[in-house]
Design a protein around this ligand. Structure first.
Ligand code: ATP
Length: 645
């Protein structure tokens, strides 16, 4: 039957059938058609594989890995429809043979398709991946070791309490001080910002002692992440034990990556690139797990050979929305360390710490980047709400009994609530808040009383935007009854029923999120604003005008006319993806009534770690939904980790 179906269809019929079953996009079919025009003798197999490779990008993969897993499962999940699997011709070995024979395929990027081992790429993705790997190798090769004695002295001053025990923050500083690139990874509150500020203090004091001054730039992938880092970096710089002149030479302003690289209107290209590099000696990028392969390639290209790069982030968080899982690929084994003997000796000489338990083994050798990577392991913030840290760890370790137990052990910070979809329990919970965390009712009441004086508007808006982060509903899904689109509609409808919101698109209290970058307004995809009424006096009469207040990364408030915003959506509920880089006092995660392929361990971990004080799981189905999500790992096809080893 399978052979019959296969032989009965042309390549184009097969692709159209797959597209009509939503297993390919129009774009994927168009790519195959284009390739057929370029090479009329291209085979069925090559054209199908080209379309699949293009389609892989939609799921965040950089390539199609023909050997790694059963192809059908890789493409269509664990239960691919058998009649469609029948369209896949033959065996992977035969496909490899077909690809190797095709003039559309090369190994060096001279053709539209590139075959690298068993990985098939569209040329652009292959070139991006190679560029990133090459740039990292180049940065690793520009070793810049400081003499060990002054380094030891400076590190001892910066970390006065670290007498001969392993202080990973100190180790991270020591490792980062000696090369053109380093990575500091760790869960929330493990001190990534604290560490990097001390590192900046260290490097700036050493430079200034040499009559130089480092040009330092700080960036994050989104406006929200940049605003958060601006706040925490300002705090940490204030606490730094260095001379005032050094402290003044450490910037506290964090910009978005797009602004750092210089966006150009109507262009996908940045102002800074290989021929016009950034003027910086040191670039720090936070929330690096959100950076996709494209952006990482642009960032690395824009750095001069001498510019050091420090990446901060949590490797266990969700990968970027766009293709690639760069942070995960760069420090996949950071928890094991995989340090070489010479790294262990260096750390011992400079920090007095023994990290020999984290030595590489014959089976698990450490690459050059692992020698520049440190994982911070103590959560300093979770002392206030230890349950969140424990739950996040249990999720990460796929320890389901521990997951269940955490909810029982920490009722103050963790809560599991079963909801029925035909009740209004969810709406009531969000309106009233819970456990001392204010809800939407309190927010709407604060919004309704604008200050009389114009000069108080900004402070008022800043306070309300902060209040908006006291509670946030998250969902892993966009569509369907438990996706953010319908959740937002449900909540809006309920607010209308309660006479808190009118039946209009724009009303005081409507929170919105940007869904695209607006360079003219200086607002980025993911930025959240709050619609507010402002009292303006015009020709002697007081009028209420609606404006949307956004907080810029530097803390200033930007007021925008609602009609000026075309790429926004209501955000009572937010996807977990969009919540990255943010933190909320009380985070609530909706789980649907049945397992879903998009619900993965990284997604649950990311949602849990968005909570600062309290995490509530809202379950519309059985607890098996959580269990199945925690057991499911995100996997993204890419060759970056292999290239770097
Ligand atoms: N070694 C330490 N000893 C005591 N407190 C610490 C230490 N390191 C960090 N902290 C405190 O822990 C809190 C979290 O630190 P920090 O903001 O640096 O963590 P982070 O990993 O950057 O957090 P986030 O995940 O939010 O980005 C801060 O209040 C900081 O002062």
């Amino acid at each position: 039957m399978q052979a019959d179906l296969f032989s009965a269809l042309t390549w184009e019929d097969a692709l159209i059938l797959l597209r009509d079953n939503n297993l390919l996009r129009d774009l994927d079919v168009a790519i195959a058609r284009f390739l057929k025009q370029q090479c009329p003798q291209a085979s069925y197999e090559v054209l199908l594989l080209a379309a699949f490779t293009s389609n892989q990008q939609a799921s965040g993969h950089l390539c199609l890995d023909l050997k790694n897993r059963a192809l059908a499962t890789q493409l269509w999940g664990t239960n691919p429809p058998p009649e469609l699997v029948a369209l896949l011709p033959g065996e992977p070995n035969n496909w490899l043979h077909e690809l190797q024979q095709s003039t559309l395929v090369s190994q060096n990027g001279s053709t539209p398709l590139v075959l690298d081992g068993s990985r098939l790429y569209l040329r652009r993705n292959w070139a991006r991946e190679v560029a990133v790997a090459d740039a990292i190798e180049q940065k690793l090769a520009t070793a810049n070791p400081l003499p060990e004695a002054p380094l030891r002295e400076a590190l001892a001053k910066l970390f006065p309490g670290s007498n001969n025990h392993t202080d990973w923050q100190q180790v991270a500083c020591a490792l980062a001080s000696r090369s053109g690139i380093s990575i500091i990874t760790g869960g929330p509150g493990t001190g990534k910002t604290t560490t990097v500020v001390r590192l900046l203090g260290l490097l700036q004091s050493l430079a200034m002692a040499d009559n130089q001054r480092l040009r330092i730039r700080l960036a994050a992938p989104t406006g929200k992440a940049a605003a958060r880092l601006t706040e925490s970096i300002g705090e940490q710089v204030g606490k730094l034990h260095v001379d005032a002149t050094v402290r003044d030479a450490i910037p506290t302003e964090v910009t978005t990556l797009h602004r750092l690289l210089g966006t150009r209107p109507d262009s996908r290209h940045f102002r800074h690139h290989g021929d016009n590099p950034l003027h910086a000696d040191l670039v720090v990028v936070d929330e690096a797990s959100m950076i996709d392969m494209d952006m990482m390639a642009c960032l690395l290209e824009a750095l001069s050979p001498h510019t050091r790069l420090i990446l901060l982030g949590d490797k266990d968080q969700l990968a970027s929305v766009e293709a690639g899982a760069v942070m995960g690929d760069l420090c996949r084994h950071a928890h094991e360390g995989r340090y070489k003997q010479r790294t262990i000796e260096f750390v011992n000489n400079t920090c007095g710490a023994d990290i020999s338990d984290y030595q590489e083994t014959d089976q698990n050798p450490g690459n050059a980047l692992a020698q520049q990577t440190a994982m911070l392991r103590t959560n300093w913030r979770s002392k206030d709400s230890p349950g969140i840290g424990e739950l996040a760890r249990a999720v990460n370790e796929e320890n389901l009994p521990q997951v269940r137990e955490s909810f029982q052990r920490y009722p103050d910070s963790l809560y599991r609530q079963h909801l029925s979809s035909d009740s209004q329990q969810l709406e009531t919970l969000l309106l009233n808040g819970s456990n001392g965390h204010t809800g939407l009712r309190a927010l709407f009441s604060a919004v309704a009383t604008p200050p009389a004086q114009r000069h108080d508007f900004d402070d008022w808006a800043a306070g309300l935007l902060k209040q908006l982060t006291h509670q946030q509903l998250l969902s892993g899904l966009r569509s369907g009854p438990f996706g953010v689109e319908q959740l937002n509609q449900r909540i809006t409808h309920h607010l209308q029923q309660q006479d808190l919101a009118p039946e209009r698109e724009w009303y005081p209290g409507r929170p919105v999120m940007m869904t695209r970058n607006d360079y003219q307004l200086g607002l980025m995809n993911g930025d959240v604003g709050l619609t507010l009424p402002l009292l303006e006096t015009r020709k002697g009469t007081a009028e209420l005008l609606l404006r949307v207040a956004f907080q810029l990364p530097d803390g200033r408030i930007k007021w925008v006319l609602p009609s000026r915003l075309d790429g926004v959506e209501t955000v009572y509920a937010m996807t977990v993806h969009k919540s990255q880089g943010s933190e909320f006092k009380h985070t609530l995660l909706v789980l649907p009534d049945a397992p879903h392929p998009l619900l993965t361990r990284e997604l649950i971990y990311t949602a849990v770690t968005r909570a600062r004080d309290r995490f509530t799981l809202l379950e519309f189905g059985k607890s098996a939904v959580l269990d199945s999500a925690v057991k499911k790992r995100t996997w993204r096809a890419s060759g970056l980790a292999e290239r770097l080893s």
